[in-house]
Design a protein around this ligand. Structure first.
Ligand code: NAP
Length: 304
């Protein structure tokens, strides 16, 4: 066969295989997906990647102008339908807003992604800010999971991706409440996954390491950050195959290594690593993020 003809043939085959994969994915997890925190970072990357698989999208976040821009771009580029839900997921009564906006849609995939990172020492933060982080990172994720989980259970197929983090594997000075919120998400998703599997729902606890997104405070220097597109791709490729997915080889090795060290040692190592990344960070009000006090190992005994 002439080289040109062979290339055309290979192109046709790979297009057909891609179309087949996309159809299988859409049958399992479509026709609609909901992505929380879709206006930037990992959530936006999920939305863009899912649009290429031709899933229709519900995009949720606070910044309406960004939601409108992303939604109209994805509709135009991929011929999908979108619906935007501008809402503060940390607010007491956000569920009726989301439920009303989605009640008539056949949602097959939930990307439970929206989150914030409050960096610095716990006692230097206002309690209200800490509770805001808890409400968004934990409470909102539970509410979204419960509401859409029941809907997925009725249709007996679908998927839910929960954004945890590699810091979920240890107590981490400098981001102590954030890491605890991610530990909750990780533990919950791992426990929920076998329950949900009985109803045909694939649950994933996705644990990215440092990723280049807007979550980091100004001046922070995440080490070897991954691109949010790579994180979303890894998750979607593993959905339905694995429950706990740590994005990236080095992050995977970091998470694995926590199994072999005492918990206080894990905390010290994470404190050092995260402390380095936050060394020059400043808060939104322009003040320096206070660095965590790394106390001597003996002070950590209660953690073991
Ligand atoms: N980046 C990392 O290094 C990293 C590592 C591990 C895990 N993660 C996790 O990945 C998830 C996504 O974070 P990201 O890194 O992509 O951060 P990001 O770029 O800051 O995106 C956060 C998203 O959440 C939305 N959001 C924030 N507060 C909200 C609220 N109150 N109500 C509704 N939406 C809200 C933001 O949109 P609006 O501002 O428009 O509301 C934005 O779309 C988070 O759960 C985070 O913990 C990130």
């Amino acid at each position: 066969m002439a080289t040109g003809l062979r290339e055309v043939f290979a192109d046709v085959i790979s297009t057909l295989l891609r179309e087949k994969d996309m159809k299988e994915f859409a049958d399992q997890y479509g026709p609609w997906a909901i992505v929380t925190g879709a206006t930037s970072g990992i959530g936006e990357a999920f939305a863009r990647r899912l649009a290429t698989s031709r899933l229709n999208l519900v995009l949720v976040a606070r910044r309406e102008d960004r939601l409108v821009g992303i939604a109209s771009e994805l509709e135009g580029r991929h011929g999908i339908e979108t619906r935007i839900v501008p809402v503060d997921l940390a607010s007491e009564d956000f569920l009726p807003v989301v439920a009303r906006a989605t009640h008539d849609l056949d949602i097959g995939l939930v990307v439970n992604n929206a989150g914030v990172l409050k960096a610095g020492t716990f006692l230097d933060h206002e309690l209200a800010d800490e509770l805001y982080q808890l409400d968004l990172n934990v409470r909102a994720m539970m509410i979204v999971a419960h509401h859409f989980g029941r809907r997925l259970r009725e249709r007996r197929r679908g998927g839910m991706i929960f954004l945890a983090s590699t810091v979920a594997f240890a107590g981490v000075p400098g981001v102590s409440a954030y890491a605890a919120s991610k530990a909750h998400v990780l533990s919950f998703a791992e426990g929920f996954a076998p329950e949900a599997a009985r109803d045909g729902i694939a649950v994933m606890a996705l644990c990215p390491g440092p990723t280049s997104t807007e979550i980091w405070p100004g001046g922070a220097t995440p080490t070897r950050p991954m691109r949010p597109e790579a994180v979303a791709e890894i998750a979607l490729r593993n959905l339905g195959k694995r429950t706990t997915v740590v994005a990236g080889l080095i992050n995977g090795m970091t998470a694995l290594s926590t199994r072999f060290a005492p918990r206080r040692v894990n905390s010290m190592i994470f404190a050092r690593v995260i402390g380095g990344m936050l060394r020059n960070a400043v808060t939104s009000s322009g003040t320096a993020v206070p660095s965590p006090t790394t106390s001597s190992p003996s002070n950590h005994r209660a953690n073991v």
